[in-house]
Design a protein around this ligand. Structure first.
Ligand SMILES: [Zn+2]
Length: 202
């Protein structure tokens, strides 16, 4: 995309670099913004800035939130005994949207991935340890997906809990999650079923 005015080109480039978009959609979005009433475009720009400034990571569960501890961590009607361990925000959203789980969450900050150089030191293991050390958790539900990285992480976490917190039950989402899939792409109903029929890990 050549010879656009510089300011327009900049915006096109920003949008074109986003997942699922390219130069054409970048240009379409930029032109839409250009045709918007100034006030609306300003509000949109400000909301992007606020996104970075106002969001925080909940110190208790590691998920994105407006404040820390987040609303879910503070919600008394959600039990403390069950904690669902998710790799990241997307997986949390998928499970939350399935609408069955009424416990608390903890984000691991990713999955072990030898190919991408993610090691156990990159994961939020201390957050997990400190949560389990509090003594209120009876069951950890591993919701790490069934990709190779997810499975590797699952067995790593399971060994760690068996070793350090042998009294805590470890379960995983039931089969039914297609092999190789990332939780965020699994449909709601499957997710619900797999949570309901989760399997204890012996
Ligand atoms: Zn939280």
């Amino acid at each position: 995309m050549q010879r656009l005015p510089k300011a327009l080109q900049e915006v096109v480039d920003h949008f074109a670099s986003l997942p699922g978009l390219g130069p054409k959609s970048g240009l379409r979005i930029a032109l839409t913004l250009l045709n918007m009433p100034t006030e609306r475009a300003r509000e949109m720009g400000n909301s992007i800035i606020r996104l970075r400034e106002a969001l925080c990571v909940c110190e208790r569960c590691g998920l994105l939130a407006d404040e820390s501890p987040c609303a879910i961590c503070r919600e008394n009607s959600r039990g403390e005994e069950q904690v669902c361990l998710v790799p990241d925000w997307d997986s949390f959203l998928a499970i939350e949207e399935a609408g069955l789980f009424r416990g608390k969450y903890l984000a691991l900050g990713g999955l072990l991935s030898p190919t991408e150089g993610v090691q156990s030191s990159n994961l939020e293991l201390e957050r997990l340890r400190s949560r389990l050390s509090e003594g209120g958790v009876r069951e950890i539900i591993l919701a790490l997906g069934s990709t190779r990285d997810g499975e590797a992480t699952e067995s790593f976490i399971r060994n760690m809990i068996d070793r350090e917190f042998p009294h805590i039950r470890v379960s995983r989402l039931a089969q039914g999650i297609p092999v190789g899939s990332d939780l965020k792409y699994v449909d709601k109903e499957t997710l619900k079923q797999s949570l309901q029929h989760r399997q204890p890990l012996e």
